[in-house]
Each structure stands twice: as structure tokens, then as C-alpha cells.
Ligand binder design. Structure first.
Ligand code: NAP
Length: 441
């Protein structure tokens, strides 16, 4: 006799409520595809009285999510509460220890405790699936864990935060400041009231740490990720990038280098013609460079209730079929410690925008400082001030600094930082220059 897969669902917010609706809507198809019905048996939320637009009377309510995780009436525990600590962590541990498979969308939990949870899942021979934790509907976890398993991956990179991509898109298209676009993103519900986790790059970093583990067989380590956010990007940078044949994206990049795995999140200039440069608005994209498959780019919805529920339900269907892959693509004991490649050794091209003091010798001083660090320039753009008004040059404007934009050939982070420090010490520029790394795609 075919028995249904009984689900205990903790969290009925944006994602959880969409999971219930999707399971209702596609009930027959999931049963046909998974080979058995998927049925919600019980749920847990903080506030049972809250109106959620779904009929919850048909499910048993268990106030404590940790008790739900160990409930004998469920086969699978679906954790959609969020947060790297308890009750999410404790509940997932209890479920796994009780031999229940777990599905979670919780990137924070996996980035911090992924390896120990994977060990626990293996010890109890149950699955721990988390397709929804990275890039919403995009099936990148499965792609790395299963579909591309025959490859040696050399790099995985992507746009993993829709809020940041939305802000950069609006800034570029409408020549607006970061602050104006952030406000607009908050008004439209793309950004949280406290947006720092997104715009400072930490959300991307958690997702990248998970992808790096899947791609390179390393232990997930969010502290190994170098992180910079997008708040320093200006409309001038976006316009200059466009003129020079680039677009600026907040990328998460994990790449195998001679000194270890480089994991970094920062605003990045990507060639205008590359697939990743075409990804606009709140859309996400991930590219995997691998030896046999070469370059694979997946593009899609990275967040939102339905998109994320799509990934959660895909994990549930796998479980209904009896699939049980190691969570990070290989037994946890074979995940190797992350050797963090030092950021100073990062190699690549750089965009440098500086405000040069307008006096003889400035250009020569900058050129000398770059040459001392063996940095060669691919291009230099010097902005001209507007033509003087009729009646002669305004003396204040005559003294105003002049924007200069440099694009370097491949060099090291260390060399660029040393050259900039020297130029600043020489007093030929005003303030600190803007520095944006260029990624070859
Ligand atoms: N939203 C997205 O687009 C998205 C995309 C990808 C991944 N994710 C991940 O999915 C997870 C859920 O996100 P979400 O946006 O759906 O969050 P959310 O809207 O804030 O919903 C959280 C749910 O968890 C419940 N909850 C919180 N603490 C609880 C507790 N102690 N006991 C019982 N229930 C508790 C809440 O109950 P009440 O409703 O009663 O408050 C709520 O139903 C997070 O890990 C998030 O990172 C979200």
C-alpha cells in the first residue's frame, strides 16, 4: 500500500504559506511524480491566530517547533522559520536525531552549522535538503550536488541577492543615488526595513559559503568570505562602467586559486556582453565554470514566496521518491577544511576612480606610483570640467579636482592598495579613490 509522506511544517510566513498553497494546487501532479501523496500533518507558528489566507483547521497545530520536529506523526520536518540559532537549529537537530528527513530554506543555519547538521543527517541515514536556501527557485544546489558531479569546478559566481541587483539596476537606469534607490526598494517591498544584511553583502556571503562547499568539497565557512557591500557605488561609477564596456553587479565569487579557495562578495565590473551582465532587477543568476561542462548559467527568481516554495517542494518530491544524497555532495567526513586564499593575493583588473588635484605633475605622480607596483593601465579616462561660464572661469571651479578613471590590467590587490596609499600620501588626489574589482566572465 502507498503511504503518504507526512510533513511537519515549522513557519507559515512568506515561504511556508506559499508551500501550503503550492502543495494544494499541485497535489495530483506531486503524487504522480513523487509516487506518493505529500500531506501536511502538523504545523508550528508563533501566532496561531494570525490570518494567513489558508485553511489551517485541517492540520494539527503544535505550538513548539522543537516538539513538532520529534513528533511521531511526521516523516519530514520542513523548517521555514529562519535564523541560525534556536529554535531552528534545535528543531533540525531533533528531527534528524529522530530519523526524520529535513527540508530547510535557512541559509543562515546552513552557513553556520551546515557541516555538523550534515554529519547528523548521515549518522541517522536521512536526507537534509536545502535547495531553497540559495537563489530561490534556481536549482543550483542540485546542479552542483548532482547534475555537474562529473566535473571539476573551477569557479562559481553569481548575483545572489535580488535587493542589491534591483538597487544597482535602478541606479544605472535612472541615474539615481544609492540612498534614493534603497528608499524606493523599501517602499516596494524589495528591501527590509533594516536593509544592512542585504546591502552590506552578508546575505550573499552566506549563500556563497554554501555554494563553495558544494563546488569544492570544502567545509562551509562563512567567516572565510571577504565581504563588501554596494553602499559606496555612485551613479558616476555605473555610467563610467557602461562607457568602458562593463556593468556593476554585486557578485559572490568562489574560485580555486593556487593559494586556496578565494570566496569574496563585492561590487564587481563584469563585461557588458556576459550573461551575468544581462540580469537586471530582482532576478538572480549563478554561473558555474567546470572542466567538462564549461560554462553553465542559471537565471531565475531568487526570492519570494512562490519561487522559494518551488524549491522546497522539489526537495519534498525527492524525499517522497526515497532519494538521499549527501547534503554537501560528499560524505561530511570527506569535506576538507577551507584553505582561505588571502584577499591581498587576489589577482585581476581594477577600476579606480579618483579626484585628481588639477596642477602640473599630478598625472606623472600617479603614473609613477602605479609603475612602481608594476601596474599597467588598459585605459585612462579624464573627465573635463564643464566649459567656463561666459565672463570667464569661476576661480573656485579652477581649483576643483578632476575625476580620473583608470582601468588596470591584471595585477594584485596588494599592489593596487600600495599604489593608492602612495598616491594619497603624495597629496595629488582628494579623499580615497573608489576601487572596483573586474571579473573576467
Ligand atoms: N522570503 C523569501 O523570499 C525567502 C527566500 C529564500 C529563503 N528564505 C528563507 O526561508 C525562511 C523563511 O523565510 P520567510 O520569509 O518565510 O520568513 P517569515 O515570513 O518571517 O516567516 C517566518 C515564519 O516562522 C514562524 N516562526 C518564527 N519563529 C518561530 C518560533 N519560535 N516558533 C514557531 N514558529 C516561528 C513565524 O510565525 P508567525 O507567522 O506566527 O510569526 C512565521 O510564520 C528563512 O530561513 C529565509 O532565509 C526566504
Amino acid at each position: 500500500m502507498v503511504t503518504s509522506l507526512k510533513v511537519g511544517l515549522a513557519g507559515l510566513g512568506t515561504v511556508g504559506a506559499s508551500v501550503v498553497r503550492l502543495l494544494d494546487r499541485q497535489r495530483a501532479a506531486f503524487e504522480a511524480r513523487g509516487g506518493r501523496p505529500i500531506e501536511i500533518a502538523a504545523f508550528s507558528v508563533r501566532s496561531a491566530a494570525k490570518e494567513r489566507g489558508i485553511d489551517l483547521k485541517r492540520f494539527r497545530f503544535v505550538p513548539d517547533p522543537v516538539a513538532l520536529a520529534g513528533d511521531p506523526g511526521i516523516d519530514v520536518f520542513v523548517e521555514l522559520m529562519g535564523g541560525e540559532g534556536d529554535p531552528a537549529k534545535r528543531a533540525v537537530e531533533v528531527a534528524l536525531t529522530n530519523g526524520k528527513t529535513v527540508v530547510t530554506a535557512n541559509k543562515a543555519l546552513l552557513a553556520r552549522h551546515g557541516v555538523e547538521l550534515a554529519r547528523l543527517a548521515e549518522r541517522h541515514q536521512v536526507a537534509l535538503n536545502f535547495e531553497a536556501a540559495v537563489a530561490g527557485a534556481i536549482p543550483i544546489v542540485k546542479a552542483l550536488r548532482e547534475s555537474l558531479i562529473g566535473n571539476a569546478v573551477s569557479r562559481v559566481y553569481g548575483i545572489l541577492n535580488g535587493t542589491c541587483n534591483y538597487i544597482l539596476t535602478r541606479m544605472e537606469q535612472e541615474r539615481l543615488s544609492f540612498a534614493e534607490c534603497l528608499k524606493e526598494a523599501q517602499r516596494l517591498g524589495y528591501a527590509e526595513a533594516d536593509p544592512s544584511f542585504d546591502v552590506d553583502g552578508h546575505d550573499t556571503a552566506q549563500k556563497l559559503a554554501i555554494l563553495a562547499s558544494l563546488a569544492f568539497g570544502t567545509r562551509v565557512d562563512p567567516d572565510a568570505v571577504y565581504v563588501e557591500g554596494i553602499a559606496s557605488i555612485t551613479p558616476e561609477d555605473l555610467a563610467a562602467a557602461d562607457e568602458l564596456g562593463y556593468r556593476i553587479k554585486l557578485l559572490g565569487v568562489a574560485v580555486a586559486t593556487a593559494t586556496g579557495i578565494e570566496q569574496r562578495v563585492h561590487p564587481t565590473m563584469v563585461p557588458l556582453g556576459s550573461p551575468i551582465a544581462q540580469v537586471m532587477g530582482a532576478t538572480n543568476a549563478v554561473t558555474v565554470d567546470a572542466d567538462a561542462a564549461r560554462e553553465t548559467t542559471l537565471v531565475g527568481l531568487g526570492a519570494g514566496g512562490d519561487a522559494t516554495a518551488s524549491a522546497v517542494v522539489s526537495d519534498l518530491c525527492d524525499i517522497a521518491r526515497g532519494a538521499c544524497a549527501p547534503p554537501f555532495g560528499r560524505p561530511a567526513a570527506r569535506l576538507v577544511p577551507t584553505v582561505k586564499a588571502p584577499m591581498q593575493r587576489h589577482e585581476g583588473g581594477y577600476y579606480i576612480r579618483m579626484l585628481a588635484v588639477d596642477r602640473p605633475g599630478t598625472a606623472a605622480t600617479i603614473a609613477t606610483r602605479l609603475a612602481e607596483q608594476q601596474i599597467s593601465l588598459e585605459s585612462i579616462v579624464q573627465r573635463h570640467r564643464d566649459a567656463p561660464p561666459l565672463g570667464g572661469q569661476d576661480p573656485r571651479q579652477a581649483a576643483a579636482p578632476v575625476p580620473v578613471i583608470l582601468i588596470t590590467y591584471a595585477t594584485t590587490e596588494d599592489a593596487v592598495r600600495r599604489a593608492i596609499d602612495a598616491v594619497v600620501a603624495d597629496g595629488v588626489i582628494v579623499g580615497r579613490p573608489q576601487l572596483i574589482r573586474i571579473e573576467k566572465t
